[in-house]
Each structure stands twice: as structure tokens, then as C-alpha cells.
Design a protein around this ligand. Structure first.
Ligand SMILES: NC(=O)c1ccc[n+]([C@@H]2O[C@H](COP(=O)([O-])OP(=O)(O)OC[C@H]3O[C@@H](n4cnc5c(N)ncnc54)[C@H](OP(=O)(O)O)[C@@H]3O)[C@@H](O)[C@H]2O)c1
Length: 305
């Protein structure tokens, strides 16, 4: 009996890792892309296309499959884009996403929605799943609206809330690669003053999705590393891990020129998920070590420890 998994947004950071791990684990897996040209994935635009054209009838749940899931990673996860393109982003992130969930639900496909710590106002911090969302930015409001619809209409499906996701590949798009590029180009790293985050390794997110499927989790979970840092401290420790120096400059969102509000202390209490899956998370020191190794191998600039 195989698990079937549809990865919507497999060309993105998180979707790519989920897709690769699911294949490695022997899942029957289909991935979608939107603007990316990777032929390994099927073209699918949430705003225009019908999921029935992507998902062949043979992929629908059958009695000989252990499970049939779809993980929804398709989004334009940019806080200021949601602020400046409120209607367009809401259409994609809320209306079309929920229409997709409804369609998949009707076929018996269980969906996993990837949400965000921006559903919180960031005043208290160390949030667990029982604490009510109170988003202060449009991106967070869109995430919270989808979560609310899951709670009301799709309680047997799964929402996984994440904090900031980091990777060990300098060529992928995440906060560490952006900081690395900024350090090389300007000798400086700018971060948002006062933010406290639970940086979580993207490979752990992929593993968390697989474990959730194998454990048949439903409801809401925080898929987050137990380590937490201020943005400034994460940048400093990243530099120590790289063995490099740069000026770390904390700035307010206004000083950086960000448009919408940013919640400050959004670090998550992920103990419920860890208990449910018995998963252990990769430390940031290990992520930094791997990043340094890969950056050194690719650029020939950073000597290995
Ligand atoms: N990365 C983080 O730190 C983080 C933290 C918390 C939550 N999340 C959530 O995790 C999810 C995935 O994030 P990510 O970082 O992997 O994002 P990403 O790297 O930007 O990937 C987004 C994916 O969505 C696809 N996509 C964009 N517009 C689409 C459309 N109109 N129709 C269909 N697909 C579309 C992209 O396809 P193409 O590239 O082919 O256009 C890509 O595969 C998002 O919901 C995000 O809010 C991410």
C-alpha cells in the first residue's frame, strides 16, 4: 500500500523538499509548478486552472492506497505583496485556495495547508495551538481566514503552522541565503529589530509533512523547531557559524522601507507536534555548518573548519 501525495507548489522552497523526500520515501507523488519551467512538475495556476487537469483519475483515493493527501504550498508568501495587492492576493490565498480544498475534500483527498506564525500579533510570543490568532498584517489575515475555514468546514484535514524557514543551500531562496548574499555584496546584514523567531530547517518541514501523513494527523499543529532567536542574534550566530564577519544592523520595519506591519515575537511552541510525531529538529548550528560547507564548495571562498 502506497501513500499518494499531490504537492501543490512543488517548485517552491518547501514544496520542493516535500516532493523530494516523498519520492525518496516511496510515495506516489505528483508536483505542480506555476511560473517555474521545471518539467518534473505539472503546470497549475491556482487562479486559472482546474485541479482535475493536473490530478489524473488514477491518482484519486482507492481502497489499495494507504492514503491520498495534497499539501498546499502554492502562494506568493510576501507580506508587502499581500498589502499592495490585497484583492489579487486574497483571491489566490483565500478564495481559490479554499475552492481547491473543497474540491479535493469532495474527492476524499485530505489536504495539508501550510500556514504561518504571522496569524499572531506577536505581542506575547511562544504561541501554542490553543492561543487565538490576531493578525496585524494582510498576509497574516489571509492565513488566519483559511485556518478558520479549516476549523469550521474541514476539521479532518490538517493545518501546519510554520515560523521562518531556513535552508543549508546558498542557492535556494531563504533568509540565510539572502543574508549571505548581502554579506558578500555589502558587508552588512539588516534584520528587523525586536523580532523573535523559531527558525526551522526546511528538511525538517518536509519530514514533518511526511510524518503527519504517516501518523494521519488532523487539526492544527505548530511544526517548529524548539530553538528560538531574535533576528539579530540569528544573524550573529549565522556569521559565527560561517566563520565570517559583517555588520548586523537591526532596523524597524519603517527604516527598512517595509510597507505592512510585522509581528514581533512570533516564535512558536511546537511541543504538541513533537509529541505527536516523536520528531527531533535540526539545530541551527548544524544548519550553519552545512551551509558553510555548501557555500565553500560552491564558491571556493569559505575554508572548512
Ligand atoms: N518560507 C517560509 O519561511 C514560510 C514560513 C511560514 C509559512 N510559509 C508558507 O509555506 C508555503 C510555501 O512557502 P515557500 O517558502 O515554499 O514559497 P515559495 O518558495 O515562494 O513557493 C511558492 C510556490 O507557489 C507556487 N505558486 C505561486 N503562485 C501560484 C499560483 N498562482 N498558482 C499556483 N501555484 C503558485 C510557486 O510556483 P512557481 O515558482 O512555479 O511560480 C511555488 O511553487 C506558503 O503558503 C507560505 O506562506 C513559508
Amino acid at each position: 500500500m502506497t501513500h499518494k501525495l499531490l504537492v501543490i507548489g512543488a517548485s517552491g522552497l518547501i514544496g520542493r523538499h516535500v516532493f523530494t523526500l516523498a519520492q525518496k520515501e516511496g510515495f506516489d507523488v505528483i508536483g505542480t509548478r506555476c511560473s517555474n519551467g521545471n518539467p518534473a512538475f505539472r503546470p497549475y495556476n491556482l487562479l486559472e486552472d482546474d485541479i482535475a487537469d493536473v490530478m489524473p483519475a488514477s491518482f484519486l483515493p482507492t481502497s489499495d492506497a494507504a492514503s491520498c493527501h495534497a499539501v498546499i504550498c502554492a502562494a506568493v508568501p510576501k507580506i508587502d505583496y499581500c498589502f499592495t495587492h490585497r484583492e489579487e492576493s486574497r483571491q489566490m490565498h483565500v478564495e481559490r485556495t479554499l475552492r481547491l480544498v473543497k474540491r479535493l475534500d469532495a474527492w476524499g483527498v485530505k489536504t495539508i495547508y501550510i500556514s504561518s506564525d504571522t496569524v499572531f500579533d506577536g505581542v506575547r510570543g511562544y504561541y501554542d495551538e490553543s492561543m487565538p490568532p490576531n493578525p496585524i498584517c494582510e498576509y497574516g489575515r489571509q492565513k488566519a481566514d483559511v485556518e478558520a475555514a479549516y476549523e469550521e468546514f474541514f476539521p479532518n484535514h490538517l493545518v501546519l503552522r510554520l515560523s521562518v524557514i531556513v535552508g543549508d543551500d546558498p542557492a535556494e531562496g531563504h533568509i540565510l541565503s539572502r543574508w549571505h548574499q548581502s554579506r558578500v555584496a555589502t558587508g552588512q546584514i539588516t534584520c528587523i529589530e525586536g523580532q523573535i523567531l523559531s527558525p526551522t530547517y526546511v528538511g525538517d518541514v518536509a519530514e514533518g509533512v511526511i510524518r503527519s501523513i504517516e501518523g494521519n494527523l488532523s487539526g492544527l499543529y505548530h511544526l517548529a523547531n524548539s530553538e528560538f532567536f531574535t533576528g539579530e542574534e540569528l544573524a550573529r550566530q549565522f556569521l559565527f557559524g560561517l566563520g565570517e564577519s559583517a555588520k548586523v544592523i537591526p532596523k524597524t520595519p519603517g527604516e527598512i522601507g517595509l510597507l505592512d506591519r510585522r509581528p514581533q515575537k512570533t516564535y512558536l511552541n511546537g511541543s504538541r507536534f513533537r509529541q505527536a510525531t516523536a520528531m527531533s529538529f535540526t539545530s541551527m548550528s548544524e544548519v550553519f555548518r552545512r551551509f558553510r560547507q555548501r557555500a565553500g564548495a560552491e564558491e571556493g571562498q569559505i575554508s572548512l573548519l
